[in-house]
Design a protein around this ligand. Structure first.
Ligand code: ZN
Ligand code: ZN
Length: 75
C-alpha cells in the first residue's frame, strides 16, 4: 500500500503592481505627467505646460510678492 500524497501547491504570489503614477499630462495630454501643481493639483509634464495650464496659478505667485510689498508699506 503506497499512499500517494498529492500536494497541490498553488503559488499565492499575487503581487499587484499599482502603476498609478502614469497619469497623462492634463495640459498637452500627450506625455506622462511628472509634476503636480501645488495650488490646483493639476498634473503637468514640463514647465511649459505648467505656465499654460492656468493663469491663476502663475499670477498668484506674482500677487504674493506684491502683497508682501504692500504689507511692508502698511506697517
Ligand atoms: Zn504636458
Ligand atoms: Zn495650478
Amino acid at each position: 500500500m503506497a499512499d500517494a500524497i498529492i500536494t497541490s501547491e498553488t503559488p499565492s504570489t499575487s503581487s499587484q503592481l499599482n502603476q498609478s503614477s502614469r497619469i497623462i499630462c492634463r495640459v498637452c495630454q500627450k506625455q506622462f505627467s511628472q509634476y503636480t501643481c501645488p495650488r490646483c493639483n493639476t498634473r503637468y509634464c514640463s514647465l511649459h505646460c505648467y505656465k499654460s495650464h492656468s493663469l491663476r496659478c502663475t499670477e498668484s505667485f506674482m500677487k504674493e510678492n506684491v502683497v508682501e510689498e504692500l504689507r511692508q508699506l502698511q506697517s
